[in-house]
Ligand binder design. Structure first.
Ligand code: GDP
Ligand code: ZN
Length: 293
């Protein structure tokens, strides 16, 4: 049978079976242990049902991975849906840009969902859309509380595996409860108090919406480190820099303090959003700071 690993527990893997839409708890066969190969949540699996009555099986093989993330440990991600609130809490764009850089590096397309549009004016919504116009990301807005914009999100998720990310309090649980009521996410204040505890004990888990659509909630979003990044590589992950490439005086221009810098010119001319550029500069200086120690 063919399926997808949706959960990994001590020594077991829960596999969603494409053929019957059911979940089977599978043991990894000896070959995995021998090869020191660890199956991941998100892996496409080949498995055999061993006890149909108890929904048990054995994992026979794993298909070649399209991509994978180390944190959280998941494979075959098609895209990331990163949720931020337009207010309450105010969006931390530096956090958002750090996330987008990580996704660019991993080669995973990101969709930005600005939620709680009911709390801001239309002008403010347009302002955020302007900032991210050149980012290469699709930008959506929503009022999840009233179910507005959720259909558009679902359209983009259909047939794909999506990582859901975003800081606490922005409406992820509310969205998850609409998309997939079985996930039973706690909404609001109460859950936030226990969130830390939940994050340490909870493992990455995929939820199925229908037979070909999966999503995964990523806990621990605020601790997004970029320490594995070199300062020189960050500029590659800002899409809006791309069309200006090769036009600076220096070929290896970092676009920070060099003279005759095309990127700085484009920022001054309003062709590249200043907010994004400033976050780029901040990221590079933070990474240089880390390197010094
Ligand atoms: P999470 O921490 O990201 O999972 O956020 P929750 O789903 O728990 O939502 C946090 C709070 O924001 C809750 O009180 C929700 O009722 C509220 N909320 C969610 N979506 C919206 C929205 O579109 N507008 C407004 N005003 N509040 C919302
Ligand atoms: Zn430059």
């Amino acid at each position: 049978m063919r399926g997808k690993i949706i959960r990994s527990l001590a020594g077991f893997y829960d596999v969603y079976c494409y053929e019957d839409g059911l979940e089977y708890r599978c043991r990894a066969r000896g070959i995995f242990r021998k090869d020191k190969f660890r199956p991941l949540v998100g892996d496409e699996a080949e498995f055999t049902v061993t006890h149909a009555k108890d929904m048990e099986g054995s994992l026979d093989g794993i298909e070649k991975r399209k991509n994978f993330l180390v944190r959280p440990p998941v494979a075959n991600i098609d895209q990331a849906l990163v949720v931020f609130a337009l207010a309450s809490p105010d969006p931390n764009l530096f956090l958002l840009d750090r996330f987008l850089v990580r996704m660019e590096k991993a080669g995973i397309p990101a969709i930005i969902l600005f939620n709680k549009e009911d709390l801001v004016t239309e002008e403010e919504v347009r302002e955020y859309e302007r900032i991210y116009r050149g980012s290469g990301c699709r930008v959506l807005t929503s009022c999840v509380r009233d179910g507005i914009g959720v259909k558009e999100v679902l359209e983009l998720m259909r047939g794909r595996t999506t990582v859901l990310a975003g800081p606490s309090g922005v409406g992820k649980s509310s969205l998850t409860n609409i998309l997939c009521p079985e996930a039973e996410m706690e909404v609001g204040e109460v859950s936030r108090k226990t969130e830390r505890g939940k994050q340490t004990t909870r493992h990455a888990e995929l939820f199925a919406i229908g037979s070909d659509t999966f999503f995964l909630d990523t806990p621990g979003f605020s601790s997004l480190f970029l320490e594995d990044l070199k300062p020189e590589e960050v500029r590659r992950y800002f899409r809006e820099f791309r069309e200006h490439e090769g036009q600076c005086r220096y070929e290896d221009c970092m676009h920070i303090s060099e003279p005759d810098c095309e990127i700085k010119r484009a920022v001054e001319a309003g062709e590249i959003s200043r907010e994004r550029y400033e976050n780029y500069v901040r990221m590079v200086s933070e990474l240089r700071e880390v390197k010094r120690y």
